[in-house]
Ligand binder design. Structure first.
Ligand SMILES: C[S@@+](CC[C@H](N)C(=O)[O-])C[C@H]1O[C@@H](n2cnc3c(N)ncnc32)[C@H](O)[C@@H]1O
Length: 264
């Protein structure tokens, strides 16, 4: 007989706060960055891990992925069984909800695992182990996207990881709401938020970004979008920015993980 422990999901039930459209910036980035991979796959499965008290983010992830990969499927996985029961009436073609945790209880390997606003409620030392566990569940060519945003998705920071480990950090914001780039510091993912202190790379990055933003002030008369693009272009002199103007125009910038990785 199998023990109960064998079926116990890995992780802890946490607050279920969510909101419709909260993760639109992350969804759009995933569609752009990972769409070709999802489109090529015979059975492109994406996991919305820790979708929360309502199933909206999983429903929306499916809609947005299907614009680039018409056969994509989404499985919402939640550690709180009551939230799974509440979501199941919303199941439909391509959308299912399952009880589970970081073990990702699926028969195969997903091509995408998205965990938004999940690890922020864990302790920093737990992050590396969770990343490893989730990366080990990815299909070859798969992507883990793990990050944090505010309640209505105006400010967002996430890390993208491949099966081999972390690759990039993306900062995404509604530009009209931004005083300075370091406003995004409060939404850094768990792996970085406690490292926004002098001597750590992420602190130096946000300091340089604020300086570039200040230097780009004359562009504000053309709009915050122009100012952001100018500031990011300035940043590319010293920081390994991995994307280009098409993404910058969306109020995004993506930087290689190695440049922001905590020192110890
Ligand atoms: C703050 S909500 C985030 C909801 C949604 N992802 C969003 O960003 O709006 C976090 C959810 O993650 C769930 N959770 C925490 N640890 C988990 C784990 N190990 N596996 C699956 N779900 C988990 C919690 O139960 C909670 O419902």
């Amino acid at each position: 007989m199998t023990s109960r422990a064998a079926h116990r999901p890995v992780g802890t039930v946490t607050r279920g706060t969510t909101n419709p459209n909260r993760l639109r910036r992350m969804d759009r980035w995933i569609a752009a960055a990972h769409g070709a991979e999802l489109r090529r796959a015979a059975d492109p499965v994406a996991v919305d891990l820790g979708y929360g008290a309502a199933p909206w983010t999983a429903v929306e992830l499916l809609q947005r992925l299907r614009t680039v990969a018409p056969h994509a499927r989404v499985v919402g996985i939640e550690i709180d069984p009551a939230r799974v029961a509440a979501a199941q009436p919303y199941e439909r073609d391509g959308l299912a909800f399952r009880h589970g945790g970081f073990e990702i209880p699926l028969p195969g390997r997903p091509l995408l695992i998205r965990a938004a606003n999940v690890l922020r409620q864990y302790d920093e030392p737990e992050v590396a182990g969770v990343w490893q566990r989730l990366c080990a569940r990815l299909a070859p060519g798969g992507l883990l996207v793990e990050g944090t945003c505010d309640e209505i998705g105006r400010r967002h920071v996430w890390v993208a990881l491949g099966p081999e480990g972390p690759r990039t950090v993306t900062f995404a914001t509604r530009l009209g709401s931004l005083d300075r780039p370091s406003d995004l510091a409060e939404r850094l993912p768990k792996a970085l938020i406690h490292r926004n202190v002098p001597g750590e790379p992420v602190h130096a990055f946000l300091r340089d970004f604020d300086r570039a933003w200040a230097a780009a002030a004359p562009y504000a008369s053309y709009g915050a979008r122009q100012r952001w693009q100018r500031a990011v272009r300035e940043l590319t002199a010293d920081w390994p920015v991995t994307d280009g103007p098409v993404r910058w125009r969306q109020g995004e910038v993506t930087v290689a993980w190695e440049a922001l990785e905590p020192r110890s």
